[in-house]
Design a protein around this ligand. Structure first.
Ligand code: SF4
Length: 374
């Protein structure tokens, strides 16, 4: 059913102050991890070859090329990998990454958490590397012939449009094909944002918008396009794996804490999450059972809101006919609402693609649309 696989690797060298991902399991468990993953893959196989495989975390690079090679073999055996598969691992510049060996193991794309090219900011964020180490890591990956995506964080004390623009230029000059840039969310700001979202008024702050705009302008001049509000790519370097998430296609989630989605189960698909506990994960697999997980069928409301939200974040035409058909909506009402968004400058009237303004406030607009369609 699914041709994409996400594997969560919950280990990190140290915790970054802003991080809300599940990671931080004891590094002493790293050596056993590939064996557990192999068992899970064997139980999860569904007969479809993978076209994308993404190892995220955490810091998958910590596993090293040999263990990653074993995981690749297990993926090949249990699912099969198409020759043109996009295979990504996330890594951190503080890891001694052997990119040539990773490439030899079948990895063709790495996502490197640079986050900022300013040592004072990196220290404040709790990152375990310097900007020179981030640049050296990216250069080494490119030299080994691996496609590179670099992560940046903006919207925090110390970042500014000028700095974002300088960092983007440096990364582009090195030769990266892809940059992901996320606005910093701390547990406190996340709570506040959730409240605003519930009230339908979430909107990026003026300084965040200015920093995002600086990135967009700098990267456009360097030949990148913003194909999703947080993602910029040179032509042909867009993340195929992320596009699977954004288009509502099925993907398998493996590893403790991983999320998966199966669109074929239930009228609007089923989301699941493996329990975020390596201890429980290990115990289940050693008994020969799949990892414990929570599953939830999406309701009409949840699925429609997610479809609208994801569509409004992408620089691609909205397809009212397809959305109306999938959710049993009156096409006329949907078209009227989209025209309102076009009139206020959130969509391009001709193509129905979100404008920069529309993409920046996608979550508030999705809630507004949902209200009108209920
Ligand atoms: S390296 Fe990434 S996953 Fe690990 S603590 Fe830092 S932000 Fe979180």
């Amino acid at each position: 059913m699914a041709t994409s696989l996400y594997l969560h690797v919950p280990f990190c060298v140290s915790r970054c102050g802003y991080c809300s991902f599940y990671s931080g399991e004891p590094l002493s468990m790293l050596s056993e991890y590939p064996r557990l993953v192999k068992k899970e893959f064997a139980l999860a196989k569904d007969g479809e070859k993978l076209s994308t495989f993404y190892m995220g975390g955490g810091t998958p690079g910590l596993l090293g090329a040999k263990a990653i090679g074993e995981i690749m073999e297990a993926a090949q055996k249990s699912f099969g990998l198409a020759p043109s598969s996009e295979i990504t691992i996330e890594t951190n510049p503080c890891v001694d990454n052997d990119f040539a060996a990773l490439r030899g193991a079948g990895i063709n794309r790495v996502s490197i958490g640079a986050q900022a090219l300013d040592d004072e900011i990196l220290t404040r964020l709790g990152r375990a590397h310097t900007s020179a180490e981030a640049l050296a890591s990216i250069a080494a990956a490119l030299k080994a012939g691996v496609s590179v995506s670099a992560d940046l964080i903006y919207g925090h004390a110390g970042s500014s449009p000028a700095k974002l623009s300088r960092w983007a230029k440096e990364l582009a000059a090195l030769g990266v094909g892809h940059i992901s840039a996320y606005s910093l969310e701390t547990p406190k700001s996340r709570k506040k944002a959730q409240g605003l979202r519930r009230a339908g008024i979430k909107k990026a702050g003026a300084s965040e918008e200015a920093q995002h705009k600086a990135l967009l302008e700098t990267l456009s001049a360097e030949g990148f396009h913003c194909y999703e509000v947080s993602n910029f790519a040179r032509p042909g370097f867009e993340s195929r794996h992320n596009k699977v998430y954004w288009s509502g296609e099925s993907y398998i989630g493996a590893g403790p804490g991983a999320h998966g989605f199966l669109k074929e189960i239930g009228p609007y698909g089923t989301r699941y999450e493996n329990s975020p506990s390596l201890e429980k994960y290990r115990a289940s697999l050693l008994r020969g059972e799949p990892p414990p997980r929570k599953s939830e069928e999406l309701s009409w409301n949840e699925a429609l809101l997610e479809t609208l939200f994801l569509a409004l974040r992408q620089n691609a035409p909205l397809k009212p006919e397809k959305i109306a058909l999938r959710y049993g909506l009156k096409l006329e009402t949907l078209r009227d609402s989209l025209s309102r968004l076009a009139q206020q400058g959130d969509l391009c009237a001709k193509t129905l693609s979100p404008t920069l303004k529309g993409m920046q406030r996608a979550d508030g607009l999705a809630l507004w649309l949902l209200d009108r369609l209920l």
